[in-house]
Design a protein around this ligand. Structure first.
Ligand code: ARG
Ligand code: ZN
Length: 875
């Protein structure tokens, strides 16, 4: 059934307290749940009580302690209905039995390598017991966990530990947990197993003593330190920047090896995909260190933006996710380089969200309807949702933004809130009408800003014309103008020129707000023809169409005071050239001149600036992704042509840099043992970017460099970079290094995931067969989401091989989606999302992709997750 935002009604019943008694057993876990129910004054009084369930079996049921007559209720796997509940407060005691070992969907209570754990967001709690499984029903939980001591010496749940003890006359023990903060069921969690941990005491700014701990599989405690360190840093940061203190006596993080997503913010008990917890120099890359820091922070920040203030319904998902992504981005920016973080985030936004917005799965930041909510944990809700918050801050200014956040925390604390309530806080703090801005939550699609400028030398006037439009998206044919904050500057020969204008669209401080279809602004006293620097810091999630000459862009690259736009200037040159050369029927000679220009510019830049900010330089060297070029071309896309152009340009740039390469790589070497800090990571990033270029420009020498770096490297970052660069060089030596890598990291599943992925990404026709073979490798398992994402997800991200002209790539992925759907629908539907850009392909591939999608769609007994994606992709 389609669930619609406008159909929201408050629950007829509330649940004030929940007492859970869970006796853990691998195949027969018994759950006794005591609910204190009462009619909701805001609901209907004559309503039956309908509790949600999913694959449940009822064992016993009583009301106010009395067993209920079978005629009083109806119970099935999908729900429990009391036909005529009392019109007053009462208790229900519900007993269910579940089989965690058989739970391959990894929703609800399941076992992952002998550890019991839960994932309840969005609607997994109903797989544990019958409940009002909706976020606006908030309850105080008391949880007794019992298990065999040998099997689960560690027993964790939300809140504070109240008691532990033995179960007399048995080999079992128990732990009693109490969480004083009312919460929705999706934030419930438990963990049971034999786990090691690292711990640290923490005192909050307002004086609360907190015990922090990170739990990991036995033997892995040596890899938990970075996560714990990140936790301490993000807790301090949230106190300092948002004034938020932690609110329980313990905070636990647990890493499990089978997990559908990245991590989950369960109150006081965050559960993580171990990929985002475990790190040491030998088994994690610089990128892993950075994402662990970011995701630890993200889940911790949810304690306020998500848990203390939760969502009224799942349409409000971006209320917690967009805001929390914004918060984790800000944290990482403060911990590391702000400009480099912004560039990295925009790359992600463009490659994931812009492509979603441009295809059949496009939806607003706040969707209006869904069939399966788990399909809406998307780049649009998360990343575009964060961009909306960032724009809000730019528009109303830092002070009003801060006061609005404070007001939100104060006013909405303890409630299940809406976007409207959130925005009202900022309307109040800024004194502005935000009703037009709110359209960002309603309208899908990536706006395009078309900009052009005229310089009048006699009048010393520069006139800037801006116009916006948003292409149609599914269900939204007509688009309204958005509120687009355009940060800008005028770049002259000596840097930024002063901005003087009478226009009332100009908000001062380099900010123009484009909120109608178009506007025109005249800047006065402009003493030379300027280069417009627009969308500084990427101030709005829009596409900018501005026709600057290559010479102007090169000048902007050297002169702009905004690092983001310096980076963007070269990206724009590359994009334009790649679009021209990658178009159907284009001649690849089109690249020549640009390649030479870019090569010269980069060479000069590296000579002057590389050592000053290597992380930034690494971003400058990295071309836009081929998929971004495909989206810019937009129709009749030929992935092979785009890829060939991309290869040619990279190779030409590599050749231009070749003379400088080894000297620079030497200068960038980090001395001493591996350190994960962002300065060292930046040096490695640039050094390895250069290695990739060497592999393309001088394959024989490049291969030798890769071998040498692999054999002498003392950390995974450098060794994996060596493997990745070597995958660009077909031949014997590549196969040898691939084998060496597998040997070196045998028994390290998270490292072998990277090995699987590096191979799945090889842009050669033999890759499909290679991937099929790797599916039989002991390092692979269809049952583990990380393995599937690495190998099959990696292949589906391989532009040329997933999009093979013969359709074999589509067929392969479709078959796996169908097979996987029987065990894990969420992972299957994510994988099916790889088809999201199929409509922009040239007709031959489009037909093949459509056929593969059709094959999936016609499969009997599909999950709601997969059928929803298949239907929307085909619609
Ligand atoms: N709330 C989690 C996070 O972003 C994600 C959980 C998603 N789970 C799901 N089943 N869709 O931190
Ligand atoms: Zn989140």
């Amino acid at each position: 059934p389609l669930i619609r935002l406008e159909d929201y009604r408050p629950s007829d019943w509330l649940i004030d307290t929940v007492d859970l008694d869970i006796s853990l057993h691998p195949t027969q876990t018994r759950v006794r749940s005591l609910l204190a129910l009462r009619p909701n004054p805001a609901g209907q009084t004559d309503a039956p009580l309908v509790l949600d369930g999913d694959e449940l079996a009822l064992k016993a049921l009583s009301l106010d302690g009395e067993p209920l007559d079978a005629s009083a209720y109806a119970a099935g796997p999908q729900g429990l209905t009391l036909h005529a509940p009392p019109r007053r407060g009462f208790t229900l005691t519900i007993e269910t039995e579940i089989d965690p070992a058989a739970n391959t969907k990894l929703m609800g209570l399941y076992r992952s390598s002998r550890v019991y754990c839960t994932q309840c967001e969005a609607d997994g709690f109903r797989r544990i017991t019958y409940f009002l499984d909706r976020p606006d029903v908030m309850s105080v939980y008391t949880v007794r966990l019992e298990a065999a001591k040998a099997e689960a010496p560690v027993l964790l749940s939300n809140g504070n530990l109240v008691a532990t003890g033995e179960v007399p006359g048995s080999d079992r023990h128990f732990a009693l947990w109490h969480d004083p903060h009312p919460k929705p069921a999706y934030l419930f969690a438990l963990v049971g197993g034999a786990l090691d941990h690292v711990r640290q005491d923490y005192v909050t700014a307002d004086g609360r003593k907190v015990e922090l701990a990170v739990y990991v599989e036995p033997g892995k405690a040596g890899r938990a330190g970075w996560a714990l360190d990140s936790l301490v840093r993000c807790m301090r940061w949230d106190e300092k920047v948002f004034g938020r203190n932690y609110d329980l006596d313990v905070f636990n993080v647990v890493a499990v090896s089978d997990f559908n997503m990245g991590a989950m913010e369960n109150k006081g008990l965050n559960i993580f995909n171990d990929k985002y917890v475990l790190a040491d120099p030998q088994t994690a890359t610089d990128g892993d260190y950075a994402s662990i820091e970011a995701i630890i922070a993200h889940e911790y920040f949810h304690n306020w933006t998500g848990n203390r203030i939760t969502c009224r319904d799942w349409f409000q998902l971006c209320l917690k996710e967009g805001l929390t992504v914004f918060r984790d981005q800000e944290f990482s920016s403060d911990e590391r380089s702000r400009p480099v973080k912004r560039i990295a985030d925009v790359r992600t936004l463009r490659s994931t969200q812009f492509s979603e917005d441009a295809g059949p799965l496009a939806h607003p930041v706040r969707p209006r309807a869904y069939k399966e909510i788990n399909n809406f944990y998307t780049p649009t809700v998360y990343e575009k949702g964060a961009e909306v918050i960032r724009m809000l801050k730019v528009l109303i200014g830092d002070d009003a933004f801060k006061r609005g956040m404070d007001l939100y925390f104060e006013r909405c604390d303890g409630t299940a809130a809406t976007i409207e309530e959130f925005l009202a806080c900022f309307a109040e703090s800024s004194g502005r009408d935000l009703s037009h801005f709110a359209r960002w939550y309603e309208q899908a699609g990536t706006p395009a800003i078309v900009a052009s400028g005229r310089y009048d030398a006699a009048e010393q006037r520069y006139t800037l014309d801006l116009a916006q439009s948003t292409p149609p998206t599914p269900g939204q044919a007509e688009k309204e103008p958005m509120v687009l904050p355009v940060r800008l500057g005028l770049v002259g020969t000596e840097g930024d020129l002063p901005l003087r204008t009478q226009s009332n669209a100009y908000a001062g401080d380099g900010l123009v707000v484009l909120d109608g279809p178009s506007l025109s602004i005249a800047f006065e006293g402009v003493t030379e023809p300027p280069i417009p620097s627009l969308l500084r810091g990427f101030s709005a999630p829009a596409r900018l169409e501005l026709d600057l000459s290559e010479a102007d862009l090169l000048r902007q690259f050297t002169r702009d005071s905004d690092s983001f736009n310096r980076w963007q200037a070269l990206q724009s040159i590359a994009t334009r050239a790649l679009v021209a050369a990658g178009r159907p029927g284009a001649d690849s000679g089109a690249l020549g001149a640009t390649a030479a220009e870019l090569g010269r510019a980069l060479d000069g830049f590296l000579a002057a600036d590389a050592l000053a900010d290597p992380a930034f330089a690494a971003q400058v060297l990295r071309l836009p992704a081929p998929a971004d070029i495909a989206r810019e071309i937009g129709k009749a896309v030929d992935p092979d042509a785009i890829f060939a152009a991309h290869r040619a340009l990279s190779t030409a740039i590599g050749s231009a840099l070749l003379p400088r390469l080894s000297g620079l790589r030497q200068a960038l070497e980090t001395k001493g043992p591996y350190r994960a800090d962002s300065a060292s990571a930046g040096r490695r990033a640039l050094r390895n970017e250069l290695l990739g270029l060497a592999a393309l420009a001088a394959p024989a020498d490049g291969a030798a460099l890769c071998e040498q770096q692999f054999e002498t490297g003392d950390n995974l970052t450098d060794r994996l970079a060596a493997l990745a660069a070597m995958t660009l060089i077909p031949g014997e030596r590549r196969e040898r290094l691939i084998a060496r890598f597998a040997e070196a990291y045998a028994g390290e599943p998270l490292v072998l995931d990277k090995w699987l992925m590096a191979q799945a990404l090889i842009a050669e026709p033999a890759t499909l067969e290679r991937v099929r073979e790797l599916m039989r490798h002991p390092a692979f398992s269809l049952g583990n989401p990380n393995r599937v994402r690495a190998l099959i997800g990696g292949f589906a991200a391989n532009l040329t091989q997933f999009n093979r002209a013969d359709g074999a790539g589509y067929g392969f992925v479709a078959d796996i989606v169908i097979a996987l759907d029987r065990t894990n629908p969420q992972v299957a539907s994510r994988l099916l999302g790889s088809f999201k850009s199929w409509r922009m392909l040239e007709p031959g591939r489009r037909r093949q992709a459509q056929e593969a999608l059709g094959l999936v769609a016609r499969t009997p007994n599909l999950s709601r997750d997969v059928s929803d994606i298949a239907e929307r992709a085909l619609a």
